[in-house]
Design a protein around this ligand. Structure first.
Ligand code: NI
Length: 171
């Protein structure tokens, strides 16, 4: 089932997610729905708070070329345990439709998380995967791409998004 994605400035995007405690059929259904929603959008990542579920869970799939096999990765209760280097990437976010901004991130991350069955794993990532992990992990703390921008860019993006929300509400 495709879930509605919350758009900035929806306040629910600012709520820190709670730890996932139950690895049951309901969780697996949520993961399936989030994957369907992300692929339909399309996007390379989606965090549970973006679909109104205040839990520490996100998915990413950075295999964006049509001929690449899908590479869905699920991160539950994740922790970024180390970072290295710096990189800048022109990022988008499904909660900021139409917006793309250059954002500075660490170039490499090591993350510890649980998979959909509650089994712990560690992963070292670089490139787009490292960027997506940091972007999605921010969502679990109620942090958004706009928070990484300069005061001026933040104001411009805020204005564009609130104008858009007003137009949507009027329709
Ligand atoms: Ni996002």
């Amino acid at each position: 089932m495709i879930l509605p994605i919350l758009s900035y400035p929806d306040k629910r995007l600012r709520e820190p997610g709670k730890e996932v405690e139950r690895f049951d059929a309901e969780l697996h259904r949520l993961i399936d729905d989030m994957a369907e929603t992300m692929y339909a959008a399309p996007g390379v990542g989606l965090a549970a708070p973006q679909v109104g579920v205040s839990q520490r869970l996100f998915i990413v799939d950075v295999a964006t070329d049509e001929d690449e096999p899908s590479d869905l990765r699920v991160f539950i209760n994740p922790q970024i345990i180390s970072t290295e280097g710096e990189t800048t990437f022109n990022e988008g976010c499904l909660s900021f439709p139409g917006i793309r901004e250059d954002i500075d991130r660490a170039a490499r991350v090591k993350v510890r998380a649980l998979d959909k069955n509650g089994t712990p794993f560690e992963l070292e990532a670089d490139g787009l995967l490292a960027i997506a992990i940091q972007h999605e992990n921010d969502h679990l703390d109620g942090k958004l791409m706009i928070d990484h921008l300069s005061v001026l860019r933040r104001r411009l993006v805020h204005r564009a998004m609130t104008k858009r929300a007003a137009v949507d509400a009027a329709q």
